[in-house]
Write a protein that binds this ligand. Structure first.
Ligand SMILES: O=P(O)(O)O[C@@H]1[C@@H](OP(=O)(O)O)[C@H](OP(=O)(O)O)[C@H](O)[C@H](OP(=O)(O)O)[C@H]1OP(=O)(O)O
Ligand SMILES: Nc1ncnc2c1ncn2[C@@H]1O[C@H](COP(=O)(O)OP(=O)(O)O)[C@@H](O)[C@H]1O
Length: 291
């Protein structure tokens, strides 16, 4: 199968020199992975840990006798993590899999004008389990960003302005935004502004954070480090929900955690992922103050 360049990517891959792809039909997103790089192996192991082989029909897969996931874990993971079919089948044996790429469902598929933002969650992007060298590198990179104070940093975004033109935030601009609370506040606001009416839609971020913090994050077997929240919606369609949803269905909102390259398996199920939870709580406080 001939893969197509992915048009709606907003961040990532800068260090690897490889580009993301999609299937010609658009259903699948292909994330490049280098055989020589532990990041890919770690991310595959993450996805694999959330597959319930007893449920997903993988009985023939090696190690397939796993305990069924609780309904709660199943619903949470299915709603907040992209689907990774390779983890379900346990091998790159599907005709849709392509050597050198991790296949995930394309969260930006089916939109006319997809607004996309990538926000890295946490107060830091390192974990005590990482190597000393990596911790030092990440500490230097985190320095001066909004991670410690706001619990997240902007990694990339695209949305449409009042003239219907696509606004794509460059990596250089992102670096400015992530070092300023004021610029971060402005970007969050612009990202959800209605392009036709100019309506600020300042109910959106508090509604989303309330939803995310009500979910059973503690069921995860990993500490999420360097993980992003990817938010996607259809430009011009944001409206408050009439029920308990974050927004009305026309917006086709997707809000999922992505990028598990640096996740770390917890030592026990009772362990709390302090970094990620603190990140979401600080993020909530910030958007509540700005509503
Ligand atoms: O390579 P660097 O130093 O630019 O760090 C990358 C980060 O850039 P930054 O330091 O924030 O400007 C980069 O951060 P952004 O995408 O800029 O937020 C990623 O964290 C990347 O990790 P990975 O691609 O998810 O494995 C980071 O790569 P690794 O630390 O995993 O090598
Ligand atoms: N499942 C997905 N569907 C659509 N776009 C995605 C998906 N996963 C990642 N992306 C896009 O690719 C970018 C980089 O993904 P990420 O997993 O963070 O890669 P990296 O490890 O290179 O940082 C994201 O900012 C987003 O734009």
């Amino acid at each position: 199968m001939e893969l197509v360049d992915f048009e709606t990517q907003v961040a990532g891959n800068h260090a690897h020199g490889l580009t993301t792809k999609r299937s010609p039909c658009g259903t699948w997103f292909y994330k490049p992975e280098l055989a020589s790089d532990a990041r890919g192996t770690n991310e595959r192991a993450f996805y694999d840990a959330y597959v319930d082989r007893a449920w997903d029909g993988g009985a023939s897969v090696e190690g397939g006798a796993a305990t069924p996931r609780s309904a709660l874990e199943r619903a949470f993971v299915d709603a907040r993590v992209p689907r990774c079919p390779t983890a379900v089948t346990g091998a790159n044996d599907d005709a849709l899999d392509v050597e050198g790429y991790l296949r995930l469902n394309n969260l930006t598929h089916g939109y006319e004008r997809a607004c996309v933002i990538d926000l890295k969650i946490g107060t830091r992007t390192w974990d005590p389990a990482h190597s000393k060298e990596y911790v030092e590198k990440r500490k230097a990179s985190d320095e001066g960003t909004t991670l410690a104070t706001l619990g997240f940093k902007v990694c990339g975004a695209r949305y449409f302005d009042a003239n219907g033109a696509l606004v794509k935030i460059s990596r250089a601009r992102c670096k400015e935004i992530r070092s300023s609370e004021e610029l971060t506040r402005e970007l969050l606001e612009d990202f959800v502004r209605d392009p036709a009416s100019g309506e600020a839609n300042n109910w959106f971020w508090p509604a989303l954070l309330r939803q995310l913090l009500s979910e059973p994050l503690r069921l995860l077997k990993h500490r999420l480090v360097g993980t992003s929240l990817l938010v996607v919606y259809e430009s011009g369609r944001l409206a408050p929900a009439s029920d308990s949803a974050v927004c009305a269905p026309e917006a086709k909102l997707e809000a999922r955690y992505i990028d598990f390259c640096h996740s770390v398996l917890k030592e026990s199920v009772d362990e709390v992922d302090e970094n990620f939870e603190a990140g979401l709580k600080l993020f909530q406080r910030f958007v509540e103050e700005n509503r």
